[in-house]
Design a protein around this ligand. Sequence first.
Ligand SMILES: [Zn+2]
Length: 224
Amino acid sequence: MSVDEETRAAAAAVLGESAGFPCSECDFVGSSASSLGQHKRKHQVARAAKPPPRVTPGEAVVAEVIGKTVANLQVLGGYLSMVLPHTGIAIAGVPGEREGDPPIVQSRAATAGTVLELWAKRDARVLAALGRFNQLFETSAVVELAAGIGAAVAVDLGAVPADLAVEIGPFAGENAIQPVRAVIGDVIDFVGAMRQQAAAARPAQPNGVAPDGAEVIDGGVEET
Ligand SMILES: [Zn+2]
């Protein structure tokens, strides 16, 4: 019995009344067990109508998830820059030459990260969505597939040469980084072999007459 209930019971005893049926959640005192039951159902209804308290995720968790998301977006931007250089570089950004230097291109992924961080701190659903996005990168098959197709399209469009080599620091000459070959080396080898076969099978044409009999002029149309 709480102090309140004791006081009420004592007062009731002095006044010659029964203590009644006090509600354990508020000041209501029912005159009978059934009136208390009826009253208590109001509390139950009110509780059911109220949404569950929103769990605000901890700052450390948010910071870690956002950090991962930004890094993953930058990786995606890096791959994307092979096909869509402007878009890819805008997402990935370009860091300054030395540590501490301002970035040469501000990463839009990093900018998005600061906005998403504000949302994620307030809404666990945003954080959960970002967590799912990050999981895509942990089971890397999806990303490898996207990167591979991106690189293949880039080569076909002529946006990058298949043997693109990037020389950075100790990675020079034979050790140069070959991003396209790293992602779709097998495709490049296969297409290369097919082209060689096709070239070998093509009969040499005598200069001057095309297979349909038309006259062929060396040098192409722009010279005529
Ligand atoms: Zn009550």
